[in-house]
Write a protein that binds this ligand. Structure first.
Ligand SMILES: Cc1cc2nc3c(=O)[nH]c(=O)nc-3n(C[C@H](O)[C@H](O)[C@H](O)COP(=O)(O)O)c2cc1C
Length: 331
């Protein structure tokens, strides 16, 4: 327990978690080894013993099989959300993340040549949501006097390009499933990078990142690990936005880490999540992936609309205005 506390102070969350888990395990073990063969001792009536409280052999076999099958599934499934909460609880409303642009290096409106600040958006999009957010923010930045360039990364990897060359997917689940394991392992794939996302002439870079299996989507990760990204980001401030059904935090953290490791200075981040609870929003997204249009029901269940919420513009504009403030652009 003491070791867990020390690890926590040193910000080694993983080791601290392991220390706490081991402590709890030993506490439970020592209580029940001391009680054995009883599980609940009683002075007045007869105590409960292991033999008396045990289930029948058949029940125990069924429970063992069910746990052996379901536990790994639940652990894998929960791994994403619980890691997410380490950096902030998932929320349905777009939300700022970490420090604001004004806390980072302040950029001047015009440099020595009197030119307008240059902002580059780099994003990957398949169902257009990341692009729509980009357009919305770009509009504000242009109105605030910035020169805006946009670069949509193309996903050309031969393993996945076939599934991602069409929308809707041929099959909603099997269209995306081949990416599950590579995404878990944070693999990169082949991409095409537009010329705009290869030069170092920008004052601010804004990265648009859809979530794929809790993490940054493979095409954007591939870009962020490329030499071209280093050229663009080295010594430059960058911001990021995540578009996703629900899980944004691991993705945003990954973008932040990769951008920083390429020499960029992280300013701020925002997420745009979709409507609905865990099950219904998933059904709605999968239904959209398979049909290419929003429907009222899936598998007989009423589902919410998927994709960006109708009022996503408000936080997108506010975020872009904050970035413009950081660039020294007057209102
Ligand atoms: C392969 C794949 C995996 C996805 N996994 C997740 C996920 O784990 N969590 C989540 O919230 N959304 C997930 N989504 C939903 C996307 O984040 C969402 O559709 C995203 O906004 C798409 O952006 P785009 O329209 O710009 O392509 C996934 C989408 C795809 C295609």
């Amino acid at each position: 327990m003491a070791a867990a506390a020390l690890f926590l102070r040193a910000r080694h969350e993983g080791r601290s978690f392991a220390g706490t888990a081991v402590s709890i395990g030993f506490v439970v073990l020592s209580i029940f080894t001391n009680l054995y063969p009883q599980v609940r001792a009683s002075r007045t009536s007869c105590s409960l013993t292991v033999a008396k409280t045990a289930s029948a052999h058949y029940t125990l076999t069924v429970m063992t099989v069910v746990i052996a099958v379901l536990l790994p599934v639940v652990c894998i499934y929960r791994a994403g959300p619980s890691w997410s909460s380490a950096t902030g609880s998932p929320s349905r409303t777009p939300h700022r993340h970490q420090q604001g642009p004004t806390k980072g290096k302040r950029m001047s409106m015009d440099d020595a040549n009197g030119r307008r600040p240059r902002v580059l958006f780099v994003y990957y999009t398949h169902t257009n949501q990341a692009q729509i957010v980009c357009e919305s923010m770009a509009e504000v930045l242009r109105a605030r006097g910035c020169e805006v360039s946009k670069a949509g990364i193309e996903f050309t990897d031969p393993h996945y390009a076939k599934n991602f060359s069409v929308f809707p997917f041929k099959h909603a689940v099997f269209g995306i499933l081949p990416l599950l394991w590579p995404q878990v392992r944070r693999k990169t794939g082949r991409i095409r990078i537009p010329d705009e996302a290869k030069t170092s002439s920008y004052d601010l870079i804004c990265l648009g990142s859809p979530t794929w299996f809790f993490r940054t989507c493979m095409p954007l990760r591939s870009y962020l690990k490329s030499d071209e990204a280093r050229t663009v980001l080295a010594g430059k401030p960058f911001a990021a936005y995540v578009v996703c059904r629900r899980y944004w935090s691991i993705n945003l953290k990954e973008v932040r880490t990769l951008g920083t490791s390429q020499g960029g200075e992280y300013l701020d981040g925002i997420r745009f999540t979709y409507e609905g609870g865990q099950i219904r929003s998933l059904l709605s997204l999968l239904s959209y992936f398979g049909k290419g249009e929003m429907r009222e029901r899936s598998l007989g269940i009423k589902i919410p609309p998927t994709n960006l919420k109708p009022d996503f513009d408000d936080p997108a504009h506010a975020f872009a205005n904050k970035l413009a403030d950081g660039l020294g652009q007057s209102q």
